[in-house]
Design a protein around this ligand. Sequence first.
Ligand code: INI
Length: 157
Amino acid sequence: MSVQIIEGDFVTGGGKYTIVVGRFNAFVVESLLEGALDTLKRHGVKDEDVRVVRVPGAFEIPLAVQKVAAQKIDDAIIALGAVIRGGTPHFEYVSAESSKGVYQVGMDFGVPVANGILTVNSIEQAIERSGTKAGNKGAEAALSAIEMVSLLRNLEA
Ligand code: INI
């Protein structure tokens, strides 16, 4: 008897995706968006199956993700933002609420919500994670969304 392994892959392609993007720290977030769009395209997702929703900042991402999830159009939602620590506690509230919020929507609606919201201590760390030496977290979030779409298809089959 062999162990049954149920997992997703990156080759079946297709599916509908919405990317919810915070405008704050746009110089970083636009690179995350580019990475996510490129990854979706290279994995066979058609342009017409991708929507981009823009919100002011990471704090607003969960509400937009919730509204998008309620439309029941997408197979997965990708949240992209960049919360960079400043001199005040504001960072703590924005980073905590945005991460908790997108997680909650995924659980409430049973839809994969990939968390590509950077929470970093410095602009340097943000740059490293948006297409330089630590990769592109937008691309990684898109990959995780693709894998989860495939996994859920396999679990529901
Ligand atoms: N929004 C971000 O996306 N990143 C940040 O680093 C950030 N900081 O540090 O202030 C930020 N603040 C704005 C916030 O997301 C809301 O747009 C704002 O508070 C209005 O609700």
